[in-house]
Design a protein. Structure first.
Length: 327
């Protein structure tokens, strides 16, 4: 048996209930893993509220780190006793132990702690595919400007550091002066407090009127229209989240007069759909973290029993960096 967080209907944090569930043995292509730490992400809120609907009763959580207890038939990249970490479908990481697909579970290097592993997989792999694979048609070269919303969040702080390592000039936005200072301290070239500044006007000022090659936007509805105005001709609008709510329908014809813009809606789970791509991305992430170029900031820790409060704080934007649930 394992303690696990489940919901029986979509709704607020009060729907998160801790229950006992049977774990069982792994089948073909599966592993059983016992968690040491669990990552908290905004996609967990989307699952809880029903923005991304789940079948009920539903387990919650997309990333964790721990020790492999058993492997099923056909699993060759992991063995019992291995330290491991993952970001993975199906949801269900908010638990002590689980049986799950092995495909997106990676060995965790000894130099990286369980807490760091749990905090960085979903957010770090997201930063990896954004900065390395979600690129404008003209590519990104050292010195280029990019705009990154929610720059003081878990993905944002990793992206600030990684962008600096790549020689990019990342312009970060955040909702307070303190969060802007945090982004700057982690490698952002510029930071804009969008609660009191027009970020589109500031971006044009910073870039000498040219705009940025790409906007990375996990905020959604509240930043959408002005983000399009920040792009230079042939720029890329890369949407990868909806923290303020989904973007309303819009006419693609708007993209032409604004500079023949490109638009994409990305999701991590397309990028980690194969064992090979998952491992390649994870290796890149492990290397940049082990080198010290990217540090994983775990700014909040909650016992699993306090999962409701963790969700309240995340939705209220009271968190910075990464948040983990402890066991």
């Amino acid at each position: 048996m394992s303690l696990a967080v489940q919901i029986r209907q979509h709704g607020g944090p009060e729907e998160l209930q801790i229950v006992d569930v049977p774990v069982g043995e792994p089948g073909p292509g599966e592993i059983r893993i016992r968690h040491h730490a669990i990552g908290l992400n905004f996609i967990d809120v989307y699952h809880r509220t029903g923005l991304y609907p789940l079948n009920m009763p539903a387990s919650i959580g997309m990333e964790a780190a721990g020790v492999v207890e058993a492997v099923g038939e056909g699993v060759t990249h992991l063995a019992p006793g291995d330290r491991a970490a993952y970001a993975s479908n199906p949801p269900g990481s908010y638990c002590e132990a689980r049986v799950m697909p092995a495909k997106t579970v990676c060995k965790l290097p000894d130099a990286i702690s369980f807490e760091t592993g749990a905090a960085m997989m979903l957010k770090g792999l997201t930063a990896q595919y954004l900065l390395k694979k979600t690129l404008p048609v003209e590519g990104l070269q050292p010195g280029d400007f990019v705009l990154f919303h929610a720059a003081a969040g878990g993905v944002g702080l990793i992206a600030c550091q990684w962008a600096k390592a790549l020689g990019l000039q990342l312009i970060g936005t955040a909702g307070s002066d303190a969060k802007c200072q945090l982004a700057l301290a982690n490698g952002a070239a510029h930071a804009i407090n969008y609660s009191r500044e027009d970020f589109a006007a500031r971006v044009k000022e910073i870039t000498g009127g040219k705009g940025v090659k790409v906007v990375y936007d996990s905020v959604g509805k509240d930043t959408w229209d002005k983000s399009l105005d920040c792009l230079r001709p042939f720029g890329l609008m890369a949407s990868f989240g909806n923290a303020s709510g989904p973007v309303p329908a819009f006419a693609p014809g708007q993209l032409g007069p604004k500079g023949s813009l490109y638009l994409t809606r990305q999701t991590l789970f397309t990028h980690i759909s194969t064992r090979e791509s998952t491992q390649a991305m994870a290796d890149d992430l492990f290397a940049v973290v082990a080198s010290g170029q990217v540090k994983i900031h775990i700014d909040q820790r909650y016992p699993l029993a306090d999962v409701q409060q963790a969700h309240r704080d995340l939705e209220a934007r009271k968190t910075t960096g990464c948040t983990i649930l402890t066991l």
